[in-house]
Design a protein around this ligand. Structure first.
Ligand code: IMP
Ligand code: ZN
Length: 354
């Protein structure tokens, strides 16, 4: 792909309005979206309204519109509040429903949502209940005409091996009901990846696909080869890599979940112009543009395409190719891949002049 840097208006589109309209209409795949990070401020406020009688302390928290964070740690603090909103089964369902609808309205046609199953003693919710609640909403809303949705179960890198094994076993058990993989996430400044590694070996043995948050901070470089030894189907971020790790990703053509806004707003990447997506695009390496946490960063999937288009001067065909390449990286079965190929080709024949 030809990658040219431009500071603002993309000359292929004439106006930003035209570019944004195209990016919304483009059929997109979203493969890296954390459910609790994707709750918009609007949904947060609705939940506070629903819960304020039982949890009046929620009113004390100032819900701010998304913007730059002073450091990645601020962002993990925010989840203390968000988890008070998603502490029972009806709230988990409410959130999942609104998150799916938000992605569908933004033109996402295939969505792999991810979430860390959580128990809540006060409401009596177990990790199993949490997964079932999310899967029930997915079952209710997912359809090829609207949006196809699958679930990735997350293991937090701060968890003990016992907790990670519990989650891994649930992922295997719920595979037939829509769980397509397991993610390793959580505060990259904490935890030791090798602690939870036996749970990931267990998932490898059971044929469950893995996606791993990799190289978010410089300290994560030393874990990279251990992560790659598990043969993940995809990895995300890859901001800090050793040369050897970069070469393994390239040689194996491991699809990358790229989260530009997340990286720039968390200040792990200095600017869009210096984003490492540039190097991978030049190699035509499969990269999928993802939101990570739309509720925190305020950037819908269509906006990630608009940012990439402005930053690298991409035209309609190149944006389509970028979205289309993502099909290689999805965790759903081959039938779903074929259906997506067909739907995207049809859209292209109508909407993009050769
Ligand atoms: P949940 O898994 O649906 O509860 O979504 C929120 C969780 O996702 C957070 O508590 C983090 O563990 C994880 N998460 C969200 N964004 C990131 C990220 O950029 N890096 C690592 N973990 C993340
Ligand atoms: Zn993430």
């Amino acid at each position: 792909m030809e990658v040219v840097s431009t500071s603002f208006v993309n000359e292929n589109f004439g106006s930003n309005e035209h570019l944004e309209k195209f990016c919304r209409a483009l059929p997109k795949l979203e493969l890296h979206a954390h459910i609790n990070g994707s709750i918009t401020t609007k949904t947060m406020r609705e939940l506070v309204e629903r819960k304020k009688e039982q949890q009046p302390e929620l009113l004390e928290f100032e819900i701010r519109e998304p913007g730059p964070l002073s450091q990645i740690n601020d962002f993990f603090e925010l989840f203390h509040f968000i988890y008070k909103l998603s502490n029972d089964i009806p709230s988990v369902k409410y959130i999942t429903r609104s998150v799916i609808k938000d992605f569908a309205e933004d033109g996402v046609k295939y969505l792999e949502l991810r979430s860390t199953p959580r128990a809540d003693e006060a409401s009596g919710m177990s990790k199993r209940d949490y997964i079932e609640a999310v899967l029930e909403v997915i079952e209710e809303l997912s359809s090829p005409e609207y949006i196809i949705v699958k679930l990735i179960v997350s293991i937090d890198r701060r968890h003990t091996l016992e907790m990670a094994m519990d989650t891994a076993k649930l992922a295997v058990e719920y595979r037939a009901k829509g769980v397509v993989g397991v993610d390793v996430c959580g505060d990259p400044s904490q935890g030791d990846f090798d602690t939870i590694k036996p749970a990931l070996h267990y998932l490898n043995d059971h044929g469950i696909k893995l996606t791993i948050h990799m190289g978010e901070l410089p300290r994560n470089v030393e874990e990279g080869l251990s992560m790659l030894s598990l043969n993940p189907g995809r990895v995300s971020h890859v901001t800090f890599l050793s040369d050897e790790q970069r070469q393994v990703l390239i040689d194996r053509k491991v699809p990358l979940e790229i989260c530009m806004s997340s990286n720039v707003l968390c200040q792990t990447v200095k600017s869009y112009e210096s984003h490492h997506l540039r190097d991978f695009l030049k190699r035509d390496h499969p990269c999928i543009l993802c939101t990570d946490d739309r509720g925190v960063f305020g950037s819908p999937c269509s906006n990630e395409y608009a940012i990439a288009a402005r930053t690298f001067n991409l035209n309609q065909s190149e944006l389509y190719t970028l979205s289309h390449l993502g099909i290689q990286g999805i965790f759903a079965d081959d039938g779903t891949k074929v259906a997506l190929e067909k739907a995207m080709a049809e859209w292209k024949s109508i909407n993009i002049q050769q």
